[in-house]
Design a protein around this ligand. Structure first.
Ligand SMILES: C[S@@+](CC[C@H](N)C(=O)[O-])C[C@H]1O[C@@H](n2cnc3c(N)ncnc32)[C@H](O)[C@@H]1O
Length: 456
């Protein structure tokens, strides 16, 4: 078979069907740039169920023996325990999932794609675990940042001021958040298994990070950390991500079901959605980003914070609109529909419009505005000018960083010597990563320019 996924994948599919997974009209197949994915083997009708996976085949915190889970100190993440299980469990137990494990990507594939495993100079960030931590040499502060600010938490064109208020965000400082999760899990696991090999643990941690589904133990509340609402679903982890995938995914407590929400022709790739994620989030969590992504956005938090007084930041925090300032798309002040007339009070403005109007409205008017009671004093032109200024700051960062990356690429082109091309860490590999980062920065520039054009 010309596009056969390979013997280990066919063996796993057989194992899956034998174990009770129902596979209808789909098969794993190779797709350039995405490794494996799910392909229609025939026409699939709208509404047809393509896959069901019973819960008893899932790898979750409930499916591993309590004699194993109970060894870990309280505070160990579920993610960490699952990774420890795959690293250390009795081989007899793991034998059950051997056909599944054989189809997973290799450590090299993670090292290639996941920024958390890249060489230090490519992953400069504000992580206290990484190369740019305060414990490392002073040169770290001069290091150029190549990853986008949502990922790195750093900027080349200005230095960040301390925020000056409690600030929690799921979508900023992505790399340092991820490193913290990985390092905390590691620290807990080595208290039980001191001889754990870092590479094996990090490998399984990445496997779980990139292949898990949403799962909360029956009868339990959602975990405090949403990253711990996870479980591995065999075979379903072949689905690649698209933002608006035509595949409905449900879990009813006994099985995961995947249903087509349009007709597919034979040979088409079937995607599912991992969630409405920005490209920066996808790059950190999954090691790829999409060429076209309706959920892509950037965050202006760092820029806005340095443009506000401490009192203004406190006011925003008190109103619970502190941070997560995504680009104003659509350009209207209200998050879902434009507020066309000031007589009929409308929905509250988007967070970014709330921050912009705070800069010029008297406090009382501003509070009325953000609660949707009145638009008295709101001057759309003034707001647009403020927001445009913020986006222009982001655009300057794009120009600076694109220049840095192009300079590095130029230098690489002039360095002589060859060999080891493509090998992780080699010049060829690094060139490929720099080009990939350049592509991401190009997307960010387009996002900024689109908004600036729309605000003119
Ligand atoms: C759940 S797995 C999907 C199956 C995976 N492609 C494989 O070969 O095993 C998630 C991983 O697939 C890759 N992936 C998913 N969606 C992708 C996409 N749209 N483009 C490129 N890679 C994608 C990423 O490496 C991601 O970490």
């Amino acid at each position: 078979m010309e596009d056969s996924p390979g013997a280990e994948h066919l063996a796993f599919m057989q194992w899956a069907e034998g174990a009770g997974i129902k596979i209808k009209g789909i098969t794993p197949a190779r797709f350039p740039g995405r490794r494996l994915g799910m392909k229609a083997t025939r026409t699939i009708k709208n509404n047809e169920i393509m896959l069901t996976v019973p819960v008893n085949l899932m790898l979750t915190i409930d499916s591993i023996p309590s004699s194993f889970t109970s060894q870990f100190p309280s505070g160990t993440s579920i993610h960490g325990i699952l990774a420890a299980f795959l690293t250390h469990a009795d081989p007899a137990l793991l034998k059950d999932v051997d056909p599944w494990r054989r189809v997973w990507p290799s450590f090299d594939e993670f090292e290639d794609s996941m920024p958390v495993l890249w060489p230090e100079h490519l992953r400069v960030s504000n992580s206290s675990y990484g190369a740019s931590s305060s414990s490392s040499s002073s040169s770290s502060s001069e290091r150029k940042v190549l990853l986008p600010p949502s990922i790195s938490g750093k900027w080349n064109s200005f230095s960040k001021e301390p925020v000056g208020a409690d600030y929690e965000t799921r979508y900023q400082n992505l790399l340092s958040q991820q490193e913290k999760r990985l390092q905390d899990a590691w620290a807990h696991v080595v208290t039980v298994y001191p001889k754990t090999e870092w590479k094996s643990f990090a490998y399984y941690w990445c496997i779980i990070n990139s292949r898990s589904f949403y799962y909360v133990s029956p009868g339990k509340d959602e975990p405090e950390d949403w990253n711990d609402a996870i479980g591995m679903v065999p075979f379903a982890d072949y689905f690649n991500h698209d933002d608006d995938a035509d595949c409905d995914v449900t879990f009813d407590g006994t099985k995961y079901t995947f249903r087509a929400t349009r007709r597919y022709e034979k040979g088409e790739e079937i995607f599912m959605s991992y969630g409405s994620h920005s490209n920066d989030f996808l790059l950190v969590e999954y090691g790829f980003f999409l060429p076209t992504n309706p959920s892509d956005t950037i965050y202006l938090d760092d820029i806005i914070f340095q443009d506000l007084t401490t009192a203004q930041k406190k006011e925003l925090a008190a109103q619970e609109i502190f941070g997560n300032y995504t680009l104003p798309l659509p350009l209207s002040p209200s998050p879902s529909k434009p507020s066309t007339n000031s007589k009929s009070p409308s929905e509250p403005p988007s967070p970014i419009h709330s921050a912009a109007t705070l800069k010029y409205l008297p406090r009382r008017d501003w509070r009325n505005y953000i609660s949707g009671r009145s638009t008295h004093g709101v001057d759309e032109k003034k707001s647009a000018t403020i927001i445009r200024g913020w986006v222009e700051t982001y655009l300057s960062e794009c120009v600076v960083t694109i220049g840095i990356i192009e300079g590095m690429l130029d230098q690489k082109d002039h360095e002589d010597g060859s060999g080891e091309e493509g090998k992780i860490g080699s010049r060829g590999w690094e060139r490929e990563k720099l080009r990939m980062l350049l592509e991401r920065w190009g997307q960010i520039r387009q996002l900024c320019e689109g908004v600036i054009g729309g605000l003119e």
